[in-house]
Design a binder for this molecule. Structure first.
Ligand code: PLP
Length: 504
């Protein structure tokens, strides 16, 4: 490895400092004349001094964010094999539709009669989601999957309270995504884990034993986070309903079954849909997302507000619930309009047959990866998978190379690593979800890299792996120090956050 140049840059990849490290007080991107005769209007709350914003010229600010964006690996720069979290291409047609001025410029406080087209679009998307899930009620306002979970559980709680039967516990399989127990806890429920059987599915015997008069709901992901279809889901739903509880399905993996199976037919009472997963809208990096929740007949009256309804030849927003049964309002406004436009553009451009093919291709691609890697990697649950394939670290045993080392080496190969150490039920897990949008050539490049790395690991090159990644803008982070002594505020003394090794 050649030494880094004195600038810290590598070729045309800039070593980008923080905004505050580039700061020159007094420099500014805009020249505004000093206002004259300004009367304070903040009732004595005016700023006493400077607030210390970084001084930058306009090109500095633009370049800073452009360079940061280039350091970020994204679905637009390459394959993103994140298991259980569909990261697929956002067709540019969606973007074109979302930029239609009537949608892009609408303001959430406009009177409904001036945004009839927006409301109609939300209604049309809700109709598609109701059709695809086989569930009559769809609440559109939740902002993301986890928020949809919260909406679903609050709806369930409202229904149980209305029945005079408030309950205390939510059952969650051991392999569940962390948001499931977190949502149940946030809703005030105790969480009880249900073990998996040796086929990686929920253990029906254990489920039956756990179900009693205190259980409000079972939260189950199907296909589950091991990439397996819960083939006893109908029996599980029957057990849950016989115990007077509700069946919540985590719909994050809907990508694998959309157009093939309607969750309502399986006995599901509530399921969130991550528009940014199955319906291809961009993952927001914590920003705007969409997590509508679909509800069964018994739960629909308890849905959150507001609701978009067609009445009297137009569309209106129901902000209050005359029956008093709604679980309430979850957020400001009505959801993310731009996400709704993209999701509907995606849905309509595929049509019902196209959506079915989405699920089929997603499953085919995952099984292709599974078939290519099997042998070199060990699949703990043999047989075909759904939309993602799962390996453990069995074939790395005694090599001195860990799942983490291998994932870091994938960065040097030019790929975002797969999901590692999740689900927790598998030792050293590597979970790969290629999605339906990857071509066979790209899948082959990815698999070739995975196979080469396993060969290298088994040839006794553990020291090489521990140095990975070598070619990324940043080397391996000291995750322990970063977690124990996080540097959350930049100061000249603290300088760069600890643990960030610069590339050499
Ligand atoms: C992504 C995901 C969630 C949470 O969804 P967000 O939109 O990220 O809040 C929940 N469960 C599973 C299985 C997921 O993959």
């Amino acid at each position: 490895m050649t030494a880094a140049p004195s600038s810290g840059h590598r070729g045309l990849v800039m070593d980008e400092p923080l905004l505050f490290e580039q700061d020159a007080r007094g420099r500014t991107g805009v020249d505004l004349p000093e206002p004259e005769g300004r009367a304070p209007r903040l009732g004595g709350l005016e700023r006493a001094g400077r607030i210390g914003l970084a001084g930058l010229s306009e090109p500095q600010a633009v370049r800073h964010f452009t360079r940061l964006s280039q350091k970020n690996y994204a679905i637009d720069s390459g394959l993103y094999p994140l298991g259980s979290c569909t990261m697929k291409h956002n067709p540019r047609l969606n973007e074109k539709a979302a930029r239609t001025p009537g949608f892009a410029m609408a303001h959430p406080l406009q009177p409904p009669r001036t945004v009839q087209g927006c409301l109609e679009l939300i209604g049309a998307l809700a109709h598609w989601l109701a059709t695809l899930t086989g569930m009559p009620g769809v609440a559109m306002s939740p902002a993301a999957g986890a928020h949809g979970e919260l909406a679903g559980l609050m709806t369930i709680r409202a229904a149980l309270t209305d029945r005079g039967d408030p309950r205390t516990t939510v059952l969650v399989p051991e392999s569940a995504h962390g948001t499931n127990p977190a949502t149940a806890a946030l809703c005030g429920y105790g969480v009880e884990a249900v073990p998996a059987n040796d086929r990686g599915r929920i253990d029906l015997g254990a489920l039956g034993r756990a179900l009693d008069g205190n259980v409000a709901a079972l939260m189950l992901t199907n296909p589950n986070t091991c990439g397996l279809f819960e083939d006893e889901v109908i029996e599980a739903a029957r057990l849950v309903h016989d115990a007077g509880a509700f069946f919540y399905a985590d719909g994050a993996n809907f990508n694998a079954i959309v157009g093939r199976v309607r969750p309502g037919d399986l006995g599901v009472d509530a399921m969130h849909i991550n528009l940014h997963k199955t319906f291809s809208t961009p993952h927001g990096g914590g920003g705007p997302g969409g997590g509508p929740v679909a509800l069964s007949e018994p739960l629909a009256p308890y849905a959150p507000l507001p609701r978009v309804v067609a009445e009297g030849g137009g569309w209106s927003l129901v902000e209050r619930d005359g029956t008093g049964r709604s679980c309430g309002r979850l957020r400001s406004f009505h959801g993310q309009m731009g996400m709704f436009v993209r999701a509907l553009a995606y849905t309509m451009s595929h049509g019902s047959d196209g959506l079915r093919q989405v699920a089929e291709d997603a499953v085919l691609n995952a099984n292709y990866v599974m078939a290519r890697l099997e042998g070199a990697y060990n699949a703990p649950f043999p047989g075909p998978c759904m939309h993602e394939c799962l390996f453990d670290d069995e074939t790395l045993r005694d090599t001195g190379v860990s799942t983490l080392d291998l994932a870091k080496a994938m960065i040097d190969e030019g790929f975002h690593p797969m999901t590692v150490y999740f689900p927790l039920v598998v030792h050293g897990a590597m979970l790969i979800e290629p999605t339906e949008t990857e071509s066979r050539q790209d899948l082959d490049l990815f698999c070739d890299a995975m196979l080469r790395l396993m060969e290298r690991a088994r040839s006794g090159d553990a020291a090489w792996f521990r140095e990975a990644p070598r070619l990324a803008p940043w080397r391996r982070l000291d995750e322990t120090t970063a977690a124990r002594r996080p540097v959350l505020r930049w100061t000249p003394e603290a300088g760069r956050p600890v643990g960030n090794d610069r590339p050499d």
